[in-house]
Design a protein around this ligand. Sequence first.
Ligand code: GAR
Length: 202
Amino acid sequence: MKRIAVLASGNGSNLEAILAAIADGRIQNARVVLVISDKEEAYALVRAQKHNIPTRVFRPQDYPSREAYDRAMIEFLQAEAIDLVVMAGFMRLVTPEFVAAFRHRIMNIHPSLLPAFPGTRGVADALAYGVKVTGCTVHFVDEGMDTGPIILQEALPVRPDDTVDSLQERIHALEHRLYPQAIDLWVRGKIKIRGRRCCIDE
Ligand code: GAR
């Protein structure tokens, strides 16, 4: 049984989608055993509590540096014997030490077709740029911002009358389907990483 920790800063709808996929068997042999946030007010924590999943808040202001913050988190994740770290709307860049401690065991979801529109405003930036197609990306986390090897990616047309909210809503629906798929592939050992490329053997 693989032990998953979900890191979330906000609403936690992706957390909820992952929990639903575990509950209905789309993801097998894995459990979310821990939800961590950098924000006490994150609704993701409430969702976790409703599912009786232990939560923990790491407040950035309690640590002297990003390195110290990440070191505390690494120690905690290792003590909890976490196999896979799933970032679901976790709006912090992790340090190289964190990446090294969990290399190819940290996933992130991003609301654009990377490498286009990285950062915290992927949907708004894509809309403002005027792209006709956008989408979402699940990738492994490396030392860069949204630069790690891509696991799954799916495209979505932008409609002429889209607003950030309407586009975000459709991207969310895509994310809720794609993230559980990527986690399932990882749990079943189906992802082979060759350099930057993830090869999926089904
Ligand atoms: C998701 O759309 C995710 O792609 C995005 O935050 C949202 C979190 O939603 N992440 C990023 O922009 C990372 N750079 P949720 O809290 O409802 O899962």
